[in-house]
Design a protein around this ligand. Structure first.
Ligand SMILES: Nc1ncnc2c1ncn2[C@@H]1O[C@H](COP(=O)(O)OP(=O)(O)O)[C@@H](O)[C@H]1O
Ligand SMILES: [Mg+2]
Length: 300
């Protein structure tokens, strides 16, 4: 990869499914060595973008480069150089962890003599050493997801794509995976991760691109996104429905940024409202406030 170039570069990428525009002109640059989070609600186009980066899906328009390889022409080279962890678990349930990792070591051309140590290393990273000879059918959901990640790392890729790495997992397992992903970044591996979990993006990503309806609507560090789109402080007003409706009407009339937040109305950028802000609970603005402001979507 030439000096100074991006690990991933997309320019004007469009993907249509019949009438539906799944990705609507995407520009994206991912620098080497960062953990980049693609954050968006379901249907935003995250998985479609990920599939185009592995050339499982071909863009209708635009240009894509991965590790200096132009897609789809050089998709084979690009695929060999990166690690891919799909959203859906496609593991063969009759094979053991060791067998699966062995198959992928061969597929990714790890030299024969190095395969046992590559398998051992992947098992260690994924904390599956004790389960090396367990068949997939007998693994828990969290272990299967860790095996899927180990499989994507078997050839020590410099770039790893993770599509919704913790979707459907319980909070404790999610924490384990976060530790694993954070460890990759610490080793200098470039990570592109998609997620619809705000906390996941906030915890892991150096840079977050918020995706909505096939486009990037904002990009920056989590702190930059919060400052730009939700301000510093939020006032949450609780009360009976009529009171909340009144606050929403006032907010609209006064041009205050606001949203429903569970049983409350949250007024964003309260620090700029001087004496005008309604009475309520003050708290620091967070990435969820920015996400809702940007995408118009509530969470879950
Ligand atoms: N193979 C497909 N055929 C038709 N529509 C698709 C296909 N894959 C995705 N879509 C549609 O494209 C849009 C984006 O989907 P997707 O990329 O899966 O979003 P995300 O991963 O952000 O949830 C959705 O409206 C989805 O229904
Ligand atoms: Mg998806």
């Amino acid at each position: 990869m030439p000096e100074g170039s991006q690990a991933i570069e997309l320019r004007g990428v469009v993907k249509r499914y019949g009438e539906l525009v799944a990705v609507a002109g995407l520009d994206l640059s991912v620098k080497p060595g960062v953990c980049f989070g693609l954050l968006g609600p379901n249907g935003a186009g995250k998985s479609t973008t990920m599939r185009m980066l592995t050339a499982q899906s071909i863009a209708d328009e635009g240009e894509i480069e991965v590790l200096g390889h132009r897609l789809p022409r050089e998709s084979k080279q690009a695929r060999m150089a990166m690690g891919v962890v799909p959203q859906l678990d496609n593991l063969d349930v009759d094979l053991t962890c060791r067998q699966i990792l062995g198959v992928f070591a061969r597929l990714y051309r790890v030299p024969r003599a190095q395969r046992p140590s590559a398998v051992q290393r992947a098992l260690e990273i994924a904390n599956l050493t004790a389960r090396a000879d367990t068949i997939v059918r007998d693994l828990s959901g969290g272990m299967r997801r860790r095996l899927l990640i180990a499989r994507g790392l078997i050839h020590r890729p410099r770039l790893v794509l993770l599509d919704e790495p913790t979707v459907g997992l319980d909070p404790q397992v999610r924490q384990e995976l976060w530790t694993l992903i954070d460890g990759l970044r610490a080793e200098g591996v470039t990570v592109l991760m998609s997620t619809h979990y705000i906390e996941e993006a906030e915890r892991l990503a150096d840079t977050v691109a918020v995706m909505s309806a096939g486009r990037i609507v904002a990009q920056g560090t989590p702190a930059q996104l919060v400052a730009a789109h939700a301000g510093r402080e939020v006032v949450e007003v609780y009360g009976p429905p009529a009171r909340l409706a009144q606050i929403e009407a006032d907010a609209t009339a006064n041009g205050w940024r606001h949203r429903r937040s569970g049983p409350a109305v949250a007024v964003l950028g309260a620090e700029d409202l001087n004496g005008e802000a309604p009475e309520g609970v003050r708290r620091p603005a967070n990435l969820e406030d920015a996400f809702v402001a940007l995408t118009g979507q509530s969470i879950e």
